[in-house]
Design a protein around this ligand. Structure first.
Ligand code: F0G
Length: 361
């Protein structure tokens, strides 16, 4: 069997959803076999919190570069190549740059990324550099970097692949399709982290597409978005000049898709709320320890939001509900945070009795 036959076995995200995406026979498909990520029932969490219903994790950390960005990047880079682009550019807190670098490498074009100096998790940075991107650390935050790449892409032949590029949103909406396909209905609630607000916008678009299918069985879920408390411009109602949070991926003070996120919140009857760094880290540990799932801190903000609303009694006195939490990125992106927040390995002598002593059997 020729290795190329694998393309026949696995359908890239673009092939699978071709009729829902703005592609033609002329679009070269730049794929790393993204999408089709698992929807994992959170059976232990449901028990632990005595939750009245079902909770699922959509584990987007299982994408090829370890985050949801790959869904949007396959389309954005394919369309860039179709348009004859020789280089892509993005601002990033880390995951966008990792994904852009990988897809640009696959396409054989250049990738330039601007990241906030000293704030990018090592896993993400190592991906961008090993894929051969030109990585520029700026003395500023993500919002500064985004303004710069917007201007650069207007003045130079560089294709912007941040989520202001509508192909990113189009590609990312396919995650909502997958959830509907897996559940054979849409969830009642979707909990999701909010940073630059592209992903909540994309999911809402995806659910709206499914809602239009006949016969009607797909209602619209309530979109429950969560920002980190130190970086919560939508919650506070104004841009945050110096956003701060341990969840560096969502350390954003002026989201590009602010209005679209508010639209998703209001039209769905959901909320955009904030969770503290302590709540994020608690959720990050809980999901790792009780469910065996290692997500990055920004992803855990969706679980932190869910736990906060369960404790607050938000789901009391209603029918059993189906909740999906989006886990946007893999925990291995940022192992340092895990080490700071878990028990350290212990050193023991090389004999059985010392080991038994330490493990307490
Ligand atoms: N979770 C993770 C792991 C992220 O990397 C991001 C955004 C988000 C959530 C928020 O998604 O921006 O669509 O609201 N990361 C971007 C980046 C900003 O540059 O990697 P959003």
């Amino acid at each position: 069997m020729q290795v190329w036959d694998l393309e026949m076995i696995y359908k890239s995200l673009i092939e699978k959803y071709r009729k829902n995406l703005a592609v033609s026979d002329k679009t070269p498909v730049i794929s790393l076999h993204e999408g089709d990520t698992p929807l994992i029932p959170a059976v232990n969490l449901v028990k632990e919190f005595g939750f009245n219903g079902e909770i699922y994790f959509k584990f987007e950390g299982m994408n090829p570069t370890g985050s949801f960005k790959d869904r949007g990047m396959t389309l954005a880079v394919s369309k860039a190549v179709e348009a004859g682009s020789k280089a892509v550019i993005c601002a990033s807190t880390g995951n966008t740059s990792a994904s852009a670098a990988a897809y640009a490498a696959r396409a054989g074009i250049k990738c330039i990324v601007l990241i906030p100096e000293g704030k990018t998790a090592l896993g993400k940075l190592s991906q961008a550099v090993i894929h051969g991107a030109e990585v520029l650390e700026i003395y500023g935050n993500f919002d500064d970097a985004l303004n710069l790449v917007k201007e650069l892409s207007c003045k130079y032949p560089l294709t912007l692949v941040n989520s202001v590029n509508s192909f990113r949103i189009e590609g990312q909406k396919t995650a909502a399709y997958e959830i509907c396909e897996n559940l054979h209905q849409s969830p009642d609630y979707q909990f999701i982290p909010v940073g630059n607000a592209g992903n909540i916008t994309a999911y809402w678009k995806g659910y709206k597409d499914y809602n239009k299918t006949e016969p009607k069985k797909y209602a619209l879920p309530k979109m429950m978005g969560f920002q980190a408390a130190g970086s919560a411009p939508i919650v506070e109602g104004h841009p945050i000049a110096e956003p701060e949070t341990i969840a560096a991926a969502i350390r954003i003070g002026n989201p590009a898709s602010w209005k679209a996120a508010e639209e998703a919140r209001d039209a769905s009857g959901g909320v955009i709320d904030k969770v503290t760094d302590e709540e994020i880290l608690e959720a990050y540990r809980i999901v790792a320890v009780t469910e065996g799932i290692f997500c990055e801190p920004a992803s855990a903000s969706s679980i932190a939001g869910l736990i906060k609303y369960i404790r607050r009694g938000y789901f009391v006195n209603i029918e059993p509900v189906k909740v999906v939490c989006i886990l946007t990125g893999h925990g291995l992106k940022d192992p340092n945070i895990a080490f700071v927040n878990a028990a350290k390995p212990r050193k023991v002598k090389t004999n059985i009795s010392d080991i038994i002593n330490v493990i307490g059997f």
